[in-house]
Design a binder for this molecule. Structure first.
Ligand SMILES: [Zn+2]
Length: 491
């Protein structure tokens, strides 16, 4: 009998994973893995720190199963084909979906940037162009569909625009793959993804502080369930990533049967989140014009003039404080107060402050205005009460309904409380606001600190997908660090 060609130790390792031939008993490792996967898909309990460790490898593939109990695909009420709906009542921050990618192509940034290896594919028939990870994803998915014809029916349900996919996928008894269809699905439903949203968040913060713009993602994946989620500027859930796992959390309380929406163009900057440029891309790529309350209100009432002067003045003051040529030089506090007085005297202020109430839509520019004011008051070492008022007003402009005492209206004594009664749009800046609120409440009312921290952790989990690492990242920053964060986040 010939010697086995595979060295013994490799053969044993292989058997440990796949089980020995002829042995009906699975190996302990296989049993443990399948138990882990079953527990994940049934309970949604994941060991997130271990997932981060796995995602450090290249490619960042994470050995986890999909949890999807709180969601299902149904016909969209918005007449946009299918959509993803809740199957139960959920609270803001709850895990809705943790999905393993159907296909995932890793393309590290340096590699994808090299001009001699751009990774570009163009299909003139379907007017589809794929770059970087997308091009690799195509090859990977074609291979996967060819070897696993049973997933073809799942693939057929994914959105492919106007393209008419080939119906008969068996020719002469052999399964075939409609490569044009795969390319179209990737172009419309593939998602660019960072190695992890947590790492990406940290890079973004550094880039913003240095004034660098955020590059796009070169890695790309296809998550079949999440790809059914339709766009709305006013999202009710947020996606994040750990390697090839997509994590979806509710950003507000939802009832059973609610359709889920996220913003296809959610970005770090509040203003960019709702930009006209994003609208045009939405129409160009998906042939869809968003008609959410936010978009219709803005198209009827162009409000730019409302906030130009107040925001310009706020920018002027924060630049004076933070872009000063030398930190050693003292910025004149009375100059800052005099500019602040000018801001308070602007006639646009009342309309700017009440825009979100009058039109019942979030107004990210008003939020920026209030956060700018809050950071200036921190710098001036004004009372924590005035800082808290501006931070809370900033959240209210994004649609949050928060009952918070203190700050107390003059002459009114109310028992201490901090309750988020209704959640607004969870843009990236909301995390910075909660970070600042934690510091403010240390002085203002330490009794409320656990409540504020609890909400802060929930916001953190919406952004990163989990809150296990919140204790490391979501530390209480110094006032200076917080203002810098807000200043950088406002762009
Ligand atoms: Zn919209």
């Amino acid at each position: 009998m010939a010697e086995p060609r595979v060295p013994i130790k490799w053969r044993e390792a292989f058997f440990n994973i796949h089980g020995k031939p002829g042995h009906s008993q699975p190996s302990p490792l296989v049993t443990w893995k399948s138990l882990k996967h079953r527990r994940q898909s049934e309970t949604g309990n994941y060991d997130f720190p271990s997932m981060y460790q796995e995602a450090e490898a290249d490619p960042p593939l994470v050995d986890c199963a999909t949890f999807a109990k709180p969601v299902e695909v149904r016909k969209s009420l918005a007449e946009r084909g299918s959509g993803l709906f809740t199957t139960q009542n959920v609270s803001a921050g709850d895990l809705l979906l943790c999905e393993k990618a159907l296909g995932y192509a890793w393309a590290e940034e340096q590699f994808a940037c090299r001009s001699n290896r751009p990774g570009y594919l163009a299909f003139s028939d379907t007017k589809v162009g794929l770059v970087g990870g997308q091009a690799r994803l195509l090859a990977q998915l074609i291979q996967k569909l060819r070897l696993n014809p049973e997933i073809q029916s799942l693939f057929q349900q994914l959105y492919c625009g106007e393209y008419k996919a080939v119906a008969d996928l068996v020719v002469d008894g052999q399964s075939v793959v409609d490569t044009f269809h795969v390319a179209k699905v990737i172009a419309l439903s593939g998602m660019g993804a960072p190695r992890s949203s947590r790492a990406d968040f940290q890079v973004q913060q550094k880039n913003r502080k240095r004034g660098f713009s955020q590059p796009g993602y070169f890695s790309c994946g296809l998550w079949s369930l999440a790809s059914h989620i339709n766009h709305c500027c006013i999202a009710n859930c947020r996606r994040s990533f750990i390697g090839d796992m997509l994590i979806l959390r509710a950003t507000r309380d939802l009832a059973e049967g609610d359709e889920l929406f996220f913003n296809y163009y959610a970005g770090p900057n509040n203003g960019g989140l709702f930009s006209r440029e994003a609208q045009r891309k939405l129409t160009r790529v998906w042939g869809y014009t968003c008609q959410c309350n936010f978009c219709t209100t803005r198209s009827q009432l162009p409000p730019a003039a409302l906030w130009k002067r107040p925001l310009d003045l706020i920018r002027q003051i924060t630049d004076l404080i933070y872009n000063h040529p030398s930190r050693a030089m003292q910025v004149n506090g009375s100059r800052v107060r005099s500019l602040l007085g000018e801001v308070q005297g602007l006639e646009e202020l009342t309309k700017l402050r009440s825009y979100h109430i009058v039109y019942s839509v979030p107004n990210p520019e008003s939020t920026n205005f209030h956060l700018g004011l809050a950071s200036i008051h921190v710098w001036l070492k004004d009372s924590p009460e005035i800082v808290a008022i501006n931070l809370l007003d900033g959240l209210r402009c994004l649609g949050f309904d928060i009952t918070a005492y203190p700050p107390n209206p003059r002459g009114i004594l109310t028992p201490a409380q901090f309750i988020v009664t209704s959640w607004g749009v969870a843009t990236d800046i909301v995390l910075s606001v909660f970070s600042m609120l934690i510091t403010v409440y240390k002085t203002l009312c330490s009794e409320l600190l656990p409540a504020v921290r609890g909400y802060g952790r929930r916001v953190y989990s919406m952004m990163m997908g989990q809150e296990a690492t919140a204790a490391y990242d979501f530390v209480d920053l110094s006032p200076e660090a917080q203002i810098e964060t807000i200043h950088a986040a406002l762009g």
